[in-house]
Design a protein around this ligand. Structure first.
Ligand SMILES: Nc1ncnc2c1ncn2[C@@H]1O[C@H](COP(=O)(O)OP(=O)(O)O)[C@@H](O)[C@H]1O
Ligand SMILES: [Mg+2]
Length: 252
């Protein structure tokens, strides 16, 4: 069904979101082209529109205007077609507190129509990578915040999606574990998986293939970490961010 010649995993054109109850235009003409197999970091201060963008692209939220294509399919019109190809670990993750970690991941696997035979090996792989082996039977409500977040990541990856969205998924993650995550991200990339990662933590972005810097619902800079640093004559992405943000405060 999905043509292999499609170069871009994600394309958006003039994407706009105005929330009915919102005071500002949350996304204000976003143009993205993310290649297949790319690790793309969408970074920006809180309120810059990252979550709204990700939610529209993954089909969870209707845009006000503009177009979105995911693996060549127009979204939201064709969002059901791409459900099984997408994994989303939302910023405000929704997992069931009264179920165990394993029951939660199993629940998501059923939503994606996975067979038991496919579930077991993938689940074991994810438990190992996410360092959750000892917690598989624990009720989610008894897990730490970081472990809940990792459970949400497991739910988003169980069906081996072609495109993965991690919305602030590595926030507050221990640096050693974060390194393991990035190793895993790259192994996914090597298999052709596209990863879109949002973060308001700048050093997170340095590891991505390409970075899009958002401010007030728009991209204000884009490129590989090296391209951006060269262009702005900066040593770090954080420096560029500070320069382009004109004093805007990250209120985390
Ligand atoms: N459900 C909502 N209703 C109204 N306004 C919202 C809603 N969600 C986000 N916003 C507003 O939209 C803007 C962008 O928010 P968001 O996409 O969450 O940014 P980010 O993820 O970069 O922090 C902010 O001004 C935020 O207050
Ligand atoms: Mg957000």
């Amino acid at each position: 069904m999905l043509a292999t010649e499609i170069e871009y995993a994600i394309e958006t054109q003039d994407l706009v979101k105005i929330y009915k109850t919102g005071k500002v235009q949350a996304v204000n003409g976003l143009n993205l082209q993310i290649k297949k197999g790319e690790i793309y970091a969408l970074i920006g201060a809180n309120g810059s529109g990252k979550t709204t963008s990700i939610n529209m692209i993954s089909g969870a939220l209707f845009p006000t205007s503009g177009t979105i294509k995911v693996l060549g399919h127009e979204i939201p019109r064709n969002r059901r077609l791409i459900t099984n190809y997408i994994g989303l670990a939302p910023q405000d993750y929704s997992i069931y507190e009264d179920l165990s970690l394993e029951e939660n991941v199993r629940f998501f696997s059923r939503l994606y129509g996975m067979s038991k035979g496919d579930f077991e090996p993938k689940f074991e792989e994810l438990l190992k990578i996410l360092r959750l082996e000892e917690k598989r039977k624990a009720l989610v409500k008894n897990l730490s915040g970081g472990m809940k977040r990792r459970t949400s990541i497991a739910c988003s990856l169980i069906h081996s999606p072609k495109i993965v969205f991690f919305d602030e998924a590595t926030v507050g993650v221990d640096p050693v574990l974060r390194s393991f995550f990035w190793e895993y991200f790259r192994s996914l990339k090597d298999k052709g998986v596209t990863l879109v990662i949002t973060s308001h933590v700048m050093d997170e972005a340095e590891r991505a293939d390409r970075i899009g810097l958002m401010r007030a619902g728009k991209l204000i800079a884009e490129g590989t970490p090296d391209e951006l640093k060269q262009k702005h004559n900066a040593a770090t992405i954080e420096e560029i961010f500070i320069e382009l943000s004109e004093g805007e405060i990250i209120d985390e």
